[in-house]
Design a protein around this ligand. Structure first.
Ligand SMILES: Nc1ncnc2c1ncn2[C@@H]1O[C@H](COP(=O)(O)OP(=O)(O)OP(=O)(O)O)[C@@H](O)[C@H]1O
Length: 263
């Protein structure tokens, strides 16, 4: 069914060679093109390992990882990534930080030289979507934590990746800023034609943003439950007061509590 951008089948991933830590085992995950998927689970269940598998930073010992129809055997260039702590270079302006991935990826480097104005316009368009219009010439240290995370999202999207992987990107922010950024990422997803996989501990975040939520078991991680989240879009923050929303969050909380007990 559907057209899968990410398909993980029967994957085992062990750290430190034979006899090492089995991080995930029998992992199966399929994410459709254009979908917003969230992955939740107990601490240490292998969520970050999953990110590394999809981006090709780890190659599994068993099973297969296919992204955009290609078996993953090395780092994947159609992926954008954003992590909890944005690492902006302090000596570069925000705009130049956003353009950085283009200087690193071979394919874009030549294009960047020839079409700089186009890419600058694209960066400015992204800055506008995330609410940072006019901040491109500021240095990262002149921005608040939430603003840096907004810029970080622009940087992850500048090369127009088909897939955006987000590893707890809002974890370090206060509750209000986090909610603001949920709306930013919701709008980016709606406007950019990008598939998103979000790894998070925050169940409200998962249910508010995602079309599909995967619940992982304790280590070795595998998917215990998969939920389709059907709340219509665009979703407003008020949705979180809806009894159906709370019910879904509680259902997930119960499943994770059970998964922890098995550990
Ligand atoms: N380089 C490594 N060497 C050995 N074990 C590792 C390594 N990286 C991760 N692990 C182990 O593999 C398991 C999964 O790690 P991973 O970082 O993927 O979990 P996680 O779900 O992201 O954790 P958390 O929820 O705490 O962020 C953990 O139990 C961890 O101890």
């Amino acid at each position: 069914m559907g057209d899968h951008l990410v398909r993980i089948e029967n994957v085992d991933m062990r750290y430190g060679g034979e006899g090492g830590v089995l991080a995930v085992s029998g992992l199966n995950i399929a994410v459709e093109k254009g979908e917003f998927a969230a992955v939740v689970g107990p601490s240490g269940c292998g969520k970050s390992t999953l990110m590394r598998l999809v981006t090709g930073l780890h190659i599994p010992q068993t099973g297969s990882v296919v992204v955009a129809g290609q078996q993953v055997t090395k780092p994947v260039s159609i992926v954008g990534m954003a992590f909890q702590n944005p690492t902006m270079l302090p000596w570069r302006t925000t705009l130049d930080n956003i353009l950085l991935p283009l200087e690193i990826v071979d394919k874009h480097r030549k294009r960047l030289r020839a079409h700089k104005a186009e890419y600058v316009a694209q960066a400015e368009r992204l800055l506008e979507i995330v609410g940072l219009k006019g901040f491109g010439d500021k240095f990262p240290w002149q921005l608040s934590g939430g603003m840096q995370q907004r810029a970080n999202l622009c940087r992850a999207l500048i090369h127009e990746p088909e897939l955006l992987m987000l590893d707890e990107p809002f974890g370090a922010l206060d509750a209000f800023t986090r909610e603001e950024l949920w709306q930013v990422i919701r709008d980016l997803h709606a406007q950019q034609d990008v598939t998103i996989v979000l790894v998070t501990h925050d169940l409200r975040e998962a249910v508010y943003l995602a079309d599909r939520v995967f619940v992982m078991s304790a280590r070795p991680g595998r998917v215990l439950h998969e939920h389709k989240i059907d709340f219509p879009r665009p979703r407003e923050l008020e949705l979180m007061y809806d009894p159906a929303f709370t019910k879904k969050v509680q259902e997930l909380r119960g499943e994770i509590a059970d998964a922890r007990q098995v550990a």
